[in-house]
Design a protein around this ligand. Structure first.
Ligand code: G6P
Length: 609
């Protein structure tokens, strides 16, 4: 985890670094630090706590210098403290390093370094790299970095600054992301593209196994242990303002309200007529689609909940047996993946370590990989044969919203396209689905107008400590997503259940005052869900129902409160019904006084296993 920033140019480095770290805080925010070269020596400021703490430290003891590095941390080794905050220095304080990732063999390296007389100041895995570079240094920083990382196993984006070569930043990448930004008389470095956008739109993605040397004259990239790499910069077309809050109180609320537009972007150019789906980036042709024997979907967190919806869509529309696995579990059950299978990896960031590992495992076992991913140029996107970008734009809030809705829309397009190619859905059904997809942005906009009613509901429920989300069919993964939203930002204990499972245990926890959110968007299942609603109602639960205009008349008599979204094809209903659940979680968290965009203990993109 962690966010990385580097600067070399003509301006004061520290304000640029702090601004970049602010944009990268979603990657971790338990401590932060910066280092610059000042009067020929390395000067470091760091602090436990959020970035604002570091800003105070820098205000109290300012730093000057036009070359520097900065880091915002999400702890993996060593608790969040001043000492464990990056940058970390060697014994002589001539070299400092910042790092995103995990050095898996750091304990044995540390023992060896201690035996050779090195003094450690932190409990981190990162610090071994500073000492390894110190040992390897013979007047060539890049060579020393290369030698140091050759001894380390694991994942790293490592950035190094040395007082002995004060006009240079050396960066190296294995697995964790690293992007170079080319500005006017300045070069920048960051963990992601939005952090660079205030300064430049010309970026170079450092690839796995590459080393970059940033100097005032430019950037030189080479393969570790190999020769120079010639790579042209790419021009980013994102709007810098898209990465700002745009007048909303929190990024999460802004991102919820961006959903109609995000859905529109997801579908733009991909539904050219009522008969046709054109998925750019997906090279899998009709013939290969017909031959597919099985689909495996791998994902984590919210993307996993989208994947569960995707399974039903693929099975119902394309009639392909589909399994869904958590990225963190897939490898450990020796999955029976064979050639002719498609592995769909769903991820907002495209950097989630478990999802990447699962997709690699599936490919190694002969599957073709298709990434449903938001971040352009992310590791997952680059490794997969096919890429279906969700085009949600930058998602900053840790709690995922627009990424989820666009994943659902992308998976619906994929399932429809595969069904069409395989001849498993009749042309009128294809047209109906395409029309249903096209209607989503306007209907999502209509759902957003329910916000005042949801605020009133959140005000009433804000002191709730236990909640259960129930649903059947597609409403079950929707229940899982609603429950996750609520717990991760409002810290209300919450569980999701297949409604039919209630009677096998959890019903014992339903006592007067417990909140049950009953999802009832599926006409074929609504009667059965109503039976379960009656079971919890009879035990005194306060029941909030979510229905579509089609199912509302059946659910309404049995719930204390009903949220109704527009009528929609049942297969697309989760797209609309998720929105009130997001708004409920948001307003509950806000009313309970929590840090909505940066919930405790979590991070936006989990790049460790
Ligand atoms: C973290 C985020 C979640 C996200 C999950 C998977 O836990 O907080 O919002 O769903 O990672 O991330 P990905 O980038 O792979 O979708």
């Amino acid at each position: 985890m962690c966010g990385i920033m580097g600067y070399i140019g003509e301006r004061a480095a520290v304000p640029v670094l702090l601004d970049g770290l602010r944009r990268l805080e979603y990657r971790g925010y338990d401590s932060a630090g910066v280092a610059v070269v000042e009067d020929g020596a390395i000067a470091v400021r760091k602090s436990a706590g959020k970035l604002s703490q570091l800003v105070k430290v820098v205000e109290q003891i300012p730093l000057s210098g036009d070359i520097g590095i900065g880091h915002t941390r999400w702890a993996t080794h060593g608790h969040p403290s001043d000492e464990n905050a990056h940058p970390h220095a060697d014994c002589r304080e001539r070299v400092v390093v910042i790092h995103n990732g995990i050095i898996e063999n750091f304990l044995s390296l540390k023992e060896e370094l201690l035996a050779r007389g090195h003094r450690f100041r932190s409990d981190t895995d990162t610090e071994v790299l500073a000492h390894l570079i110190e040992e390897a240094y013979r007047g060539d920083l890049a060579a020393a970095v290369e030698q140091a990382v050759a001894q380390a196993s694991g994942a790293y984006a490592l950035v190094v600054l040395s007082a002995d070569e004060p006009d240079k930043i050396v960066a190296v990448r294995r697995i964790s992301p690293l992007i170079v930004g080319l500005g006017q008389n300045e070069i920048l470095l960051a963990s992601d593209i939005p952090a660079l956008l205030p300064h430049t739109r010309d970026v170079i993605v450092i690839e796995d196994g590459e080393l970059a040397v940033l100097t005032r004259g430019g950037v030189a990239i080479s393969r570790i242990g190999g020769g120079p790499v010639d790579r042209l910069p790419m021009r980013v077309t994102w709007d810098a303002a898209a990465a700002e809050k745009g007048g909303f109180a929190h990024f999460m609320l802004k991102e919820i309200h961006e959903q109609p537009r995000a859905l529109q972007e997801t579908m733009m150019g991909r539904l050219p007529s009522d008969e046709e789906i054109a998925l750019d980036g997906v090279a899998l042709g009709p013939e290969s689609a017909r031959r597919l024997s099985k689909v495996w979907i791998v994902a984590c967190g919210t993307a996993y909940h989208a994947a569960l919806v995707g399974r039903t869509l693929l099975e119902q529309l394309a009639r392909i047996p589909t399994e869904v696995d958590l990225g963190s579990e897939f490898r450990y059950r020796s999955p029976l993946v064979s050639g002719g299978a498609l592995a769909v990896a769903v991820s907002q960031s495209g950097e989630t370590a478990d999802t990447l590992a699962a997709a690699r495992e599936a490919r190694a076992r002969g599957a073709r990989a298709l990434a449903v991913v938001n971040v352009v140029g992310s590791t997952l996107a680059r490794e997969a044969e096919d890429v279906l970008y969700t085009r949600a734009g930058p998602e900053i809030a840790v709690c995922s919203t627009k990424a989820y809705l666009t994943q659902l829309a992308a998976l619906a397009m994929l399932a429809t396209a595969l069904g069409q190619a395989r001849g498993t859905i009749a042309p009128p059904r294809v047209s109906a689905l395409i029309q249903g997809l096209r209607a989503l942005p306007a209907k999502a906009q209509a759902v957003l107008s329910l916000e005042p009613a949801i605020i009133a509901l959140a005000e009433r429920l804000q002191r709730t400590e236990d909640a259960f989300f129930i649903g059947r069919g597609l409403d079950y993964p929707l229940a899982m997503e609603g429950s996750l939203k609520l717990k991760e930002i409002s810290y209300v204990h919450s569980e999701a259940l297949a409604a039919g499972e209630l009677k096998h245990g959890t019903l014992a926890l339903v006592v007067p005052g417990v909140v049950v959110v009953a999802l009832g968007t599926q006409p074929a299942l609504i009667e059965k869900t109503v039976s379960n609603v009656q079971q919890v109602g009879a035990r005194g639960a306060e029941v909030v129902g979510v229905a579509t205009e089609s199912t509302a008349p059946v659910l309404a008599p049995h719930v204390d409160e009903l949220i109704t979204v527009p009528a929609i094809d049942p297969l697309l209903a989760p797209v609309l019904a998720a929105i009130p659940l997001q708004l409920l979680a948001y307003h509950m968290a806000r009313l309970r006084g929590h840090d909505v965009d940066q919930p405790r203990n979590l991070a936006k993109s989990v790049t460790v296993e």
